[in-house]
Design a protein around this ligand. Sequence first.
Ligand code: DLZ
Length: 299
Amino acid sequence: MIKGITWIRPVGSAAQFDRLVSFFSALGFAQGRSWDQPAERPGVAGRGRPFLAPLGNLELIDGEPPTMKTHLLVEVTEVDAVHEVAHRWLKQHEAEDRISTVAETHWKSRLFTAEPVPGFTVAFWAWSEPLRGKPVALEGDLSAEGMRFALVVARWNAVITERLLAGALDALLRSGARREQIEIARVPGSWEIPAAARKLAATGAFDAVIALGCLLRGETAHYEAIYNEVARGIGQSQQETGVPHSFGVLTCETLEQALDRAGLKGGNKGFESAAAAIEMVSLSRKIEEKAQGGMAAHA
Ligand code: DLZ
């Protein structure tokens, strides 16, 4: 399963590296997990500073080669605002002449290029047409930066739920959440999830609650009754507190089926639940923002 693309771009010197890190940080890129490799043996020393974007793609082109000086294109939502930030940065770093103006392209977009260090050019662009590249619908992003999460994990069937928890944490941390903004609460079984979820949501300290559990039909007396109540309770907590709750409670026939859905073959429901929680927090923030600006104005 493909997870992402990393296009490694070595830079010429330590000074240029620091300068580029400063430039990309100034533009508001989220930083990924950086690495520093000491020179234990020749040829291995180095530093890496990944910069993250909500979307990435590798685009192969057959036809006219691009006329730009770079193959590094960053799509942005407000190209003029980004131009202003980049221009300010370059001015502060005495490289004001290494930024172009924002210009129309032949592909219905507006673009500028900046060269924070000589030979390293990056193009920033945005679609000119209002509906191109912009979601027609309100849609949440998958950046968890600055979000606070509570995870409620059932101990029953821990062999499964611990994997769900690992998947959920993986999704949150890789999406930019900070570990100190994640609270993990353990409960005896799935039955207890709604009460704990409700309590956590009601504190107001979390942007979303992620419920993780595993119910096995074959081994659970009154399976339907427990399942219905857990689903209803989590839904009710979400509706009554207004805090998004994601449902990561597996309901499977067998342990084998559950293992498949906890990272073995069929993805990891914990990861998916965390991604859903991030998206819902982002969406609800956007809805609130739009409501403040007047929904009708955007209709
Ligand atoms: C009792 C029980 C049973 C039989 N099966 C499960 C299960 O498959 N998954 C789960 O999360 N919990 C199970 N439980 C425990 C209940 O959820 C609950 O924790 C206990 O009944 C104590 O209230």
